[in-house]
Design a protein around this ligand. Structure first.
Ligand SMILES: NC(=O)c1ccc[n+]([C@@H]2O[C@H](COP(=O)([O-])OP(=O)(O)OC[C@H]3O[C@@H](n4cnc5c(N)ncnc54)[C@H](O)[C@@H]3O)[C@@H](O)[C@H]2O)c1
Length: 325
């Protein structure tokens, strides 16, 4: 009953240069979910009356397939951390052995969570784009946007121009400086790119209700609450899981409330990957991924295997009492 602890530096080393492997793990998890081989209950949001902008989310899940694994991600979002020079998000992932139920590993998981989110965005971009984008527009120049750009760059050609917008102009400038072709931009310019990424911390839509993307544009709406529902109703909408995504005041949830049903959802990314969902080209395409615990398990399992193999997981042989109490 060895229990492994895997810290950020080991996680980072395990994920370095492994972008395509991670995208493949995410693809497998989506397809397994679609085939009924997972359990992915609702995420549980712990909120605080005195800190309304902060939350800690629990994402329990089970991923079947060859190496069945259960587990839970416990991820905090404390936006005030930024004033203290700390990242907004921090997380751990517990992986459980499916034979005994015993927890088998604890992994630093802000890194894993960012990687699985970026891999899901890159996978969707590969599956939903008809022609290579001539420009990217990034709105929200934080940790997740940075990781998404890294995964996009690892899986497709980088266009000559990347427009970067952030409420904090300094953040947009720093972000633009890191990218070949990066340019700080206003919101309108960033929203006009062929491939638009939203990775802000906005809690409510801020684009005007009459904002329309054009056919041919792909929008990776990773932060989920930036777009007014009216904009979604004039687009092709692809989600990761319909039930999960149409909750918690996401823009797709608001769109459902506005139009009274879910007919505006064209399909899931797994449906697109399987070829069961045809993506019409007469409207822009918006991908809204709620972000499922199964993805954390898929990438966490990959990281655990690599770190155990590399000897960078800290193994504690007497973590559990032999008699169970
Ligand atoms: N869907 C998923 O699977 C998934 C997974 C992980 C994170 N997320 C979401 O991604 C988002 C970004 O996370 P992060 O860790 O990069 O956060 P972060 O705090 O590192 O960066 C967010 C950036 O967005 C900027 N911003 C906030 N509101 C803005 C607005 N209205 N316009 C322009 N810029 C704005 C902030 O100034 C900041 O620079 C969060 O909302 C998080 O919940 C989604």
């Amino acid at each position: 009953m060895t229990f492994s602890v895997v810290g950020a530096s080991a996680v980072r080393t395990a994920l370095a240069g492994a972008e395509q492997d991670v995208v493949d793990r995410v693809r497998e998890a989506y397809l397994l979910h679609d085939a009924g081989g997972t359990v992915n209950p609702d995420s549980y949001f712990l909120r605080f009356a005195e800190k309304p902008d902060s939350r800690i989310i629990a994402l329990p899940a089970f991923l079947g397939g060859e190496s069945e694994t259960a587990g839970i991600k416990w991820i905090s979002s404390f936006p005030g951390n930024k004033d203290k020079g700390l990242p907004r998000a921090s997380a751990v992932l517990v992986l459980n052995d499916y034979t005994t139920g015993y927890p088998k590993a604890l992994l630093e998981s802000a890194t894993i969570s960012a990687a699985r989110t970026a891999a899901s965005a890159a996978l969707a971009a590969g599956a939903l784009q008809r022609t290579p984008p001539r420009s990217w527009g990034v709105i929200g120049a934080g940790v997740i946007a940075r990781e998404i750009c890294r995964y996009l760059a690892a899986t497709m050609p980088v266009p000559p121009v990347v427009h970067c917008h952030d409420l904090d102009p300094g953040a947009a400038e720093r972000f633009a400086d890191e990218l070949p072709g990066g340019l700080p931009a206003d919101l309108t310019t960033a929203c006009d790119a062929d491939l638009v990424v939203f990775a802000t911390t906005a809690l409510n839509p801020y684009l005007p209700a009459d904002h329309r993307f054009r056919p041919g544009q792909l929008v990776l709406h990773v932060s989920l609450r930036d777009l007014p529902p009216e904009t979604l109703l004039h687009a092709v909408n692809i989600v990761d899981d319909v039930d999960h995504c149409l909750k918690q005041n996401t823009s797709p949830h608001l769109a459902e409330q506005l139009c009274g049903d879910r007919s505006f959802v064209t399909g899931t990314i797994a449906g697109v990957l399987r070829g069961d969902v045809t993506v019409p080209d007469d409207r822009p395409v918006i991908f809204s991924p709620f972000g499922m615990g199964i993805l954390d398990l898929a990438v966490g399992r990959y990281v655990l295997d690599r770190t155990v193999e590399a000897g960078t997981a800290i193994e504690i042989s007497d973590f559990f009492a032999p008699d169970g109490v």
